[in-house]
Design a protein around this ligand. Structure first.
Ligand code: FAD
Length: 292
């Protein structure tokens, strides 16, 4: 089957009409950095493509009193350039900056990274740690769901054929809340992550852990939360011992999850360092003033 039509729309409404008409025979293309390869390899065989990279509404990043909203067609280069994200959300910027090369980051979008649902997608762990919500739109219906529920398996997201991911939103961070990110790749440039970890901490005045979310990439079939480690760390005093114990607990989880895989020996050890780095950055971020 060949691609017969390529649409380039400037409106969400028009995009949704095209998706409704073609259903499973149409693919959305944003930056094309994943999709073009899948088309070349014959893994995707649509008869139509709809290019969303010129829809201004999808390319906006908005800050409201409580939320940050990132349009699905926002590129990683755009995220890196937003000054108000550099403070409390430096970890998200760091994750964006770690993607591929400058050329890839100029084209690759946050929405494409999420919808492609690769286990190694770098923006997924920080967004899971932020408990981000995805906003999905089809003709006459808008629905929201937690990113955690949206990504269902390796390469799979709970996206209907006629649906468009329009934005990703998450609550702004306050003082005593922090986000940290760390990634281990193989090469400096174009390194698809071997392990990436994001940690969100809400810390009480007495240095107790009020809330924690830990998310990993490339350590399972898709980016996922480490709920057992979170439970273990909840309400503990946040000090060197806790960070160390958290790393050991995570190692045990990875050992169980990756049992039988060739990478288990390396990953179960390496994850400790990656986790501890992300954890320390999250703690430093808790001290940073500012509401984002
Ligand atoms: C050389 C190279 C290096 C890379 N390095 C990294 C890396 O280090 N880290 C990393 O995480 N990724 C990396 N990637 C992968 C890739 O760049 C990202 O996954 C990228 O963010 C995908 O975004 P895109 O806009 O290019 O998506 P596209 O390729 O346009 O689309 C990807 C998928 O998402 C769907 N889609 C896109 N937007 C929407 C939407 N708004 N609503 C519904 N569905 C949508 C498409 O239909 C398609 O199925 C690399 C890729 C290459 C080629």
């Amino acid at each position: 089957m060949e691609i017969k039509e390529v649409f380039q729309t400037k409106e969400i409404k028009k995009t949704l009409e095209i998706l409704e008409y073609y259903q499973h025979q149409c693919k959305i293309i944003a930056g094309g950095t994943d999709l073009i390869i899948q088309l070349r390899e014959g893994k995707e065989k649509p008869i139509a493509l709809v290019d969303i990279s010129n829809i201004e509404e999808l390319k906006e990043v908005k800050e409201t009193a409580e939320w940050i909203e990132i349009g699905s067609a926002v590129t990683f280069t755009q995220i890196i350039g937003i000054s108000y994200l550099q403070n409390k959300l430096a970890a998200l910027v760091e994750a964006a900056a770690s993607v591929g090369s400058p050329q890839i980051r100029n084209a690759a979008t946050i929405g494409g990274n999420i919808c492609n649902a690769s286990p190694a997608a770098d923006c997924i762990p920080p967004l899971l740690a932020l408990d981000a919500i995805v906003v999905l739109q089809r003709k006459n219906i808008i629905r929201e769901m937690h990113l955690e529920d949206f990504i269902t398996d390796k390469g799979k997201a709970a996206l209907e054929a006629d649906e468009l991911l329009t934005k990703i939103k998450f609550k702004k961070l306050q003082i005593n809340q922090g986000l940290g990110f760390s990634k281990l790749g193989f090469r400096k440039a174009l390194a698809i992550s071997k392990i990436s970890t994001a940690v969100y901490i809400d810390r009480e005045q007495n240095n107790r852990c009020k809330e924690i979310r830990i998310a990993n990439g490339a350590l399972g079939r898709c980016g996922l939360r480490e709920k057992k480690v979170e439970e273990y760390l909840l309400e503990k005093t946040l000090d060197k011992t806790t960070i160390h114990q958290g790393g050991i607990k995570l190692k045990e989880e990875i050992e169980k999850r990756l049992h039988g895989r060739s990478t288990v020996a390396f990953k179960k050890e390496a994850v400790i360092g990656v986790f501890q780095k992300a954890f320390k950055k999250a703690l430093e971020c808790c001290d940073t003033e500012g509401s984002i």
